[in-house]
Ligand binder design. Structure first.
Ligand code: ADP
Ligand code: MG
Length: 697
């Protein structure tokens, strides 16, 4: 297996970038100039879709897709089960003469009506109204996915609704939250006199961590296959403690896989940029160049799909579970978030002038207010059974939301808190609109890896997102929380200006007030430490330690009020999301428990019993020689087998209780005895591939 060998690979890559996407370049070839202009304006969110162009666009997409080898199209959407969904329809229809004719109408492009009854709806959809509908999202371009063996499908990014219009997907609230934030950004631009050159853009760069496991070993691990993580297994003597895997030399077999993933992603217009080994053996990372948020969310889902499908071709399985192996690092998704203002500048850089600095501090303060006010909501959007194993496990940020600003910015915030020069007793004074900010460091040395929400020079990085989660919900929460903070702060500022107060003075007083009210969320220290947990408790910061606690935030009255105020989701829709999250969590734990029981009863316990019997026989046949050590081994092994057998009974009883937290505790006990046995049973009699087998490819 190898990549195509060409001497001008760079040129080929440039030419091929995005050739599987219905982008501006493709449109030029297939659409009339007027339709191109109209669709491009819609794609860039400048205008609503003109329904009269749908037929022409559909016909163009069909011609392009068929030329590329596609036979089918699908509305590609993100239902609430956390994956992507697709139902393929052939482009062909019979005519009266019995011919099989290619056709694709504007109606088919714009809307489809899949049976929604098998997607989670959290009670939003009664069974007699099984229909749901998907609606084309023209702001994310259609693309053609190739799967192995040359099957090509035109994918049309779409939104998903229940029959009566309730949102049943992750993208609908994301798009709504974006437009609300963007309207607030325009208000900021107006009050700070910033020129409008373009529509503001919310940007996202999602770094994706994953594990690779050899497919043959994977197939021998029922736990990995059924639950995405190992339910048993002992960390090998050598794992990540030498710190030699992170950024280490990439194994050629892995590198070939990564290179092919990148080629495919480039063809799909995904700007895949960075690849490296991660901390744990067998763990890797992929990072793209950041893009417009909606597109970046889709591209991240697409990237997971490509990683998973190409892994098999290379004899691997790509594992995106947050904690597939106990005792080594889990996998997350660093969610880099920023704003490009209407002046085409990144608004999370301080800027060149005191005026730009003031606007930067206004935005920064709004983010601090937003994260403090809606910390529980942000935490809820990253809650899952998988991520529960990772958050707070000394490798990922804790479940407490806090913001890291770095030394210099923290100092500036302190100065702002001191207030207007005349009343200040502080040494350094920052006068908004007059003082310049020092240049902020952007290098990695200043970064605090233990913070869940860190300022990294020109963006905020939410590090709590799980590797298996879509970025849509956490970004919806951030967009909306920041939008409300800006809205409230702008109202106050505008009121003060109307009352004749000087702009800079009014601004300074406002920022001082907000910082005083919300500075409890700022924390630059070690987020992994026990002291921080105590300190956070004292500060009154919320700390939901598991998914069941965390998801309560979805139905908290303040969160419901926020979503209803901006018409992003109704209370009913939030209730449904809460119900789905709860159900998904419970099902995940039940599946894990049942799978653990099958593995222990049919594989681990028999191996333990037969080894204990072997030892007992050996002891009998060696009864004439000194055998104190052997006797101890027999007793130890037999007692482990016995405890394991009892533990099975306990877990079976607990499973009946249907209480996930109790089941988790009981699974820990079962695992403890099973893992102890793994340490004594001979390797060739152990029924599962070990961690050591799976880590070192
Ligand atoms: P790291 O955080 O691993 O040191 P970088 O800071 O270079 O690496 O970038 C991490 C990710 O953040 C990349 O995907 C990058 O494209 C993205 N990123 C950089 N600038 C922005 C921005 N203004 N908005 C959103 N994402 C950004
Ligand atoms: Mg990063």
């Amino acid at each position: 297996m190898g990549l195509e060998n060409t001497s001008n690979i760079g040129n080929t890559i440039q030419e091929n970038f995005g050739h599987m996407v219905f982008n501006a370049k493709t449109m030029k070839k297939y659409l009339s100039p007027e339709t191109q202009k109209s669709l491009l304006a819609t794609m860039l969110n400048k205008t609503d879709l003109d329904p009269s162009i749908a037929d022409e666009v559909a016909d163009a997409m069909k011609r392009w897709a068929i030329e590329k080898g596609a036979t089918h199209f699908t509305h590609w959407f993100q239902p609430l089960n956390g994956t992507t969904a697709e139902k393929h329809d052939a482009f062909f229809n019979p005519d009266i003469e019995g011919n099989w004719i290619a056709s694709f109408s504007g109606k088919e492009l714009s809307q489809s009506e899949p049976d929604a009854s098998s997607f989670p709806s959290g009670g939003l959809r009664a069974t007699f109204e099984a229909r749901g509908y998907t609606v084309w999202d023209p702001t994310s371009p259609a693309f053609i996915r190739e799967s192995e063996g040359g099957v090509f499908v035109l994918c049309i990014p779409s939104l998903f609704f229940a029959y009566h219009g309730d949102a049943l997907d992750k993208k609908t609230p994301l798009l709504r939250s974006q437009s609300i934030l963007i309207s607030q950004i325009y208000r900021v631009a107006k009050i700070f006199n910033i020129p409008i050159q373009q529509r503001p853009i919310i940007t996202l760069g999602a770094e994706q961590e994953y594990f690779l496991v050899d497919i043959n070993l994977y197939k021998m691990r029922m736990d990995l296959m059924q639950t995405g993580r190992t339910l048993f297994g002992v960390r090998p003597a050598r794992h990540q403690q030498m710190e030699d895997h992170y950024f280490g030399k990439i194994h050629p077999r892995v590198l070939l896989f990564m290179a092919e993933v990148e080629r495919e992603l480039w063809n799909l217009g995904v700007p895949a940029k960075t690849r490296h080994n991660e901390v744990s053996p067998g763990q890797f990372e992929f990072a793209p160049v950041f893009e417009e948020q909606n597109l970046a969310v889709d591209h991240n889902m697409l990237c997971i799909g490509v990683l998973q499908s190409l892994a098999e071709k290379h004899g691997f399985v790509c594992i995106t579970h947050e904690k597939p192996f106990s005792g080594v690092n889990g996998s997350g998704k660093h969610n880099n978030w920023s704003i490009v203002g209407p002046d085409a500048k990144n608004w999370l850089t301080p800027g060149e002038t005191p005026h730009e600095n003031a606007k930067f501090l206004f935005i920064l303060t709004a983010i601090i207010k937003a994260v403090d006010t809606y910390a529980s909501l942000i935490r809820a959007t990253v809650a899952s059974a998988g991520n529960d194993h990772r958050l707070g496990e000394n490798e990922a940020p804790p479940a407490i939301m806090s913001i890291f600003l770095g030394e210099q910015l923290s100092d500036i915030i302190d100065q702002l808190e001191c207030g207007v020069p005349t009343s200040s007793k502080c040494g350094n004074i920052l006068e908004l609109g007059i003082s310049s900010l020092p240049k902020l460091p952007q290098d990695v040395t200043d970064r605090n890896r233990t913070s869940p929400f860190a300022f990294t020079g020109n963006k905020f990085e939410l590090r709590s997102v799980g590797s298996d989660q879509s970025c849509a919900s956490p970004n919806t929460a951030i967009n909306l929380a920041v939008a409300e903070a800006l809205d409230l702060m702008l109202d106050e500022l505008e009121q003060n200006l109307n009352d004749g107060i000087d702009f800079n003075l009014a601004l300074q007083a406002l920022l001082q007030k907000e910082i005083k009210a919300h500075k409890r969320v700022l924390f630059d220290g070690n987020g992994y430490s026990e002291e921080w947990k105590q300190e956070a408790l004292k500060r009154g910061l919320p700390c939901a330690s598991n998914t069941l606690e965390a998801i309560q935030a979805f139905i908290d009255p303040s969160v419901v009020a926020l979503f209803e105020k901006y018409k992003v989701l109704s209370e009913k829709e939030l209730q449904s999301r809460y119900a789905i999250a709860k159900e998904t969590y419970k099902n995940t734990i039940l599946i894990e428990a049942r799978c653990a029981l099958v593995i222990v009863k049919t594989m681990i316990l028999p191996a333990g019993i037969s080894y204990a019997a072997d030892l007992a026989n050996a002891l009998k046949s060696l009864s004439d020689v000194k055998n104190t050590g052997l006797t101890k081994m027999v007793n130890f092994t037999a007692s482990l087998v016995d405890s394991l057998a009892e533990s099975i009974e306990h877990l079976e009883e607990t499973v009946k209780s249907n209480n996930p937290l109790m089941i988790i505790e009981q699974m820990k006990e079962l695992r403890h005895y099973a893992d102890q046995l793994e340490k004594v049973v001979p390797d060739n009699q152990w029924p599962l591939p070990s961690y050591a087998d799976m880590f070192f490819i």
